[in-house]
Design a protein around this ligand. Structure first.
Ligand code: TYM
Length: 340
């Protein structure tokens, strides 16, 4: 890799899906990537605005997200975290990409289709006129492509739900390169973890998501009593032992995956250790693992909440670094398309 970039939306507290699918990788890349590799982690506030947000809440969420990233182990001396909207080049490049991206590509995006489906009580005309599905939501993946290609990122550590957006990013990069007969953009590759798709605790056919009700996910900031309650109430089945079988026992398989990846052991090790446990015993053990692994992160979150000045400074430094790379690349792109 030459440049690694990945983003997170500042929408409420990050959950263990975000952590296991992406953030834990961002942290380990600080050790495993070569020193010459730049690591950029934007907090994507412009993406958050594709659905209505309370302004004060959005501001708070950005700081809280930065705090959680730092608490998870993002080292500001190695990685740059910054607010996406501080770098106007994201929006400018997104516009240039809007001008070359076929709408058909965007209509095929799973996340867009899911949004359409949740609004299926409306007719097509109604959906497009007042259901709250705005143009920004439709072109959301184009802004994401701009986030990535603005820095000529080569690798993007993400969960499974973002892989399709990265494929689109590659398509846009290729289209641009071909159109202007230049090799401007590298085609970025995804980096995924063994927990690239953590499912909802309530419905194991859906991914764990910030936009679903509280009890379907474990937030990194959940205290032990809440973790215990959410795990206790999570969907399970009536069998009296533990197996890993995503097809026939998706809910249990999800809990086994969470256990394994949180503890840093293999699925086989979990099954070897807990195969004979009943579900209640296993859930208690899982709760204990979660509480144990999240408590140092939570202590750090508490500490950093009192250090807002420091957190602001980290974001400012991150934006300065990002801005240098972005302005330089955008300059090149402006002249390629004839704006300069
Ligand atoms: P966001 O904020 O929804 O999620 C941040 C990261 O967490 C991963 N993730 C999951 N991984 C495993 N299981 C889950 N249940 C789960 N839920 C979320 C996501 O895949 C993501 O890696 N569109 C992006 C933000 C974005 C971005 C970018 C990412 C904007 N620009 C450029 C990469 C590069 C999003 O909404 O992530």
């Amino acid at each position: 890799p030459e440049l690694i970039l990945s983003g997170i939306q500042p929408t409420g507290s990050p959950h263990i899906g975000n952590f296991l699918g992406a953030l834990s990788k961002w942290v380990s890349l600080q050790r495993t990537a070569h020193d010459s590799v730049t690591l950029l982690y934007p907090i994507v506030d412009l993406h958050a605005l594709t659905i209505p947000r309370d302004p004060e809440q959005l501001k708070k969420s950005k700081i809280e997200t930065a705090i959680v990233l730092l608490a998870c182990g993002i080292d500001p001396a190695r990685s740059y975290i910054f607010e996406q909207s501080r770098i106007p080049a994201h929006t400018e490049l997104a516009w240039l990409f809007n001008c070359i991206t076929p709408m058909g590509w965007l209509s095929r995006m799973t996340q867009w289709k899911l949004k359409l489906k949740t609004n299926s009580q409306f007719s097509e005309d109604e959906v497009l006129s007042f259901s709250g599905l705005c143009l920004g939501l439709f072109s959301y993946p184009v802004l994401q492509a701009a986030d990535i290609l603005l820095y000529k990122a080569t690798h993007v550590p993400i969960g499974d739900d973002q892989v399709q957006h990265l494929e689109l990013t590659r398509d846009i990069a290729q289209m641009f390169n071909k159109m202007y007969h230049q090799n401007v953009f590298p085609l970025p590759l995804s980096i995924t973890t063994s927990a690239k798709r953590i499912m909802s605790l309530y419905d194991p056919s859906k991914k764990m998501s910030k936009s679903d009700p509280e009890n379907t996910r474990i937030n990194l900031s959940d205290p032990p009593t809440i973790i215990a309650e959410k795990i206790k109430k999570s969907t399970s089945d009536s069998l009296k032992y533990i197996t890993y079988d995503p097809e026939t026992r998706p809910a249990i398989a999800n809990l086994v995956t969470i256990y394994a990846t949180m503890q840093g052991i293999t699925i086989d090790q979990v099954v070897a250790e807990h195969g004979k446990s009943d579900i209640k015993t296993f859930k208690d053990a899982l709760t204990q693992v979660l509480v144990e692994k999240l408590s140092p992160i939570q202590e750090e979150i508490q500490r950093l909440r009192l250090e807002q000045g420091y957190v602001q400074q980290v974001l400012k430094n991150g934006a300065e670094k990002a801005s240098m790379i972005a302005e330089n690349n955008l300059d090149e792109i402006r002249s390629i398309v004839g704006l300069k």
